[in-house]
Write a protein that binds this ligand. Structure first.
Ligand code: NAD
Length: 281
């Protein structure tokens, strides 16, 4: 399958990272968001990702990524896409509403990747005409520095869809680990419990954030502790993901720590808002 045009829906943290990675490898990108302010912000942040990639990671790409990206709020532009990557807010109702709207605009040959932390791929595929063309790609953040991703096979996803997805990932220097569809897949089913329990431990006064993270970095050799990881992902996204896991498995082990909810309500969303468990300038 020849893939030239990629549409990316949702221009937040992940939409920006995914757009950068595919534009860098010369794909034509249409980046779609409902909020004009998000599109403006995305343009600024993608320029910054490119600058840092060249400066810190010695990227030698000579593609001017912003020349490859069209920024728009028009969903009808989806009709020219060979491959669509959806990265909107981690909220089942918002995602379901979007899938009902985009059904009419997607070309019959197009493949669609759901970039979600936990929502069932099978459920979202059920809103589209060709559920066999839908799979999950759980990208990691920051996208251009995390080349291994989960590729999730929904109930109807065909092996042709998985193969074409793996080929596309290889073309942008990434690799997919294929897993079956269950909420949270492997990574977030396990990670969210750890992050949430670390917040409970902080809330109980067992230790401060810096010491909790230090134990994971220095005793277990993790690159980052659970609270630093939460700040990087976004505390709002962590909270939404726990809600999705709680309602999907109906298991109280996924109930969010009250401190996490309180911080999200207070606007402390981690790095992207300037403050989470730590302060950023
Ligand atoms: P974000 O809050 O930074 O961005 C979400 C964007 O979606 C916003 O710009 C918002 O305006 C836009 N949006 C909301 N509804 C929309 C609609 N109907 N149409 C078009 N745009 C819409 O969130 P994020 O961190 O980029 O996460 C996006 C998705 O990626 C989520 O499903 C999340 O679970 C998943 N994800 C996040 C991470 C992470 O580390 N942040 C990692 C892997 C996967």
């Amino acid at each position: 399958m020849i893939i030239k045009n990629i549409a990316i829906i949702g221009a937040g943290v992940m939409g920006q990272g995914v757009s950068y990675q595919f534009a860098k490898y010369n794909y034509n990108i249409t980046l779609i968001d409902i909020a004009d302010s998000a599109l403006e912000n995305a343009r600024k942040n993608i320029r910054n990702i490119e600058r840092l990639d060249k400066m810190l990671h010695k990227s030698t790409s000579n593609v001017n990524v912003l020349d490859k990206i069209t920024f728009t709020s028009d969903l009808s532009t989806l009709s020219t896409a060979d491959f669509i990557i959806e990265n909107i807010t981690e909220n089942i109702t918002l995602k379901e509403t979007l899938y009902q709207k985009i059904k009419a605009h997607i070309a019959d040959h197009a493949l669609l990747a759901v970039n979600t932390s936990a929502v069932s791929i099978t459920r979202l595929a059920s809103f589209l005409k060709h559920p066999q063309n839908v799979m999950g790609i759980h990208f990691m953040n920051p996208v251009h520095l995390k080349p291994t991703v989960e590729v999730i096979k929904g109930y109807h996803t065909t092996s042709e869809t998985i193969d074409a997805t793996q080929e596309l990932l290889q073309a942008v220097n990434m690799t997919g680990v294929v897993v079956n569809d269950m909420p949270g897949f492997i990574s977030n089913r396990v990670l969210m419990l750890t992050v949430n329990e670390a917040v409970f431990a902080l809330q109980d006064g067992v230790a401060g954030a810096a010491d909790i993270d230090k134990i994971f970095r220095e005793c277990f050799g993790h690159k980052m502790g659970p609270l630093e990881t939460a700040d990087l992902i976004g505390l709002d996204t962590i909270l939404y993901t726990l809600h999705v896991l709680l309602s999907s498995y109906n298991d109280t082990k996924f109930r969010p720590a009250p401190l996490l909810t309180k911080m999200v309500d207070a606007g402390l969303h981690g790095r992207k808002s300037g403050e989470g468990f730590y302060k950023y300038n």
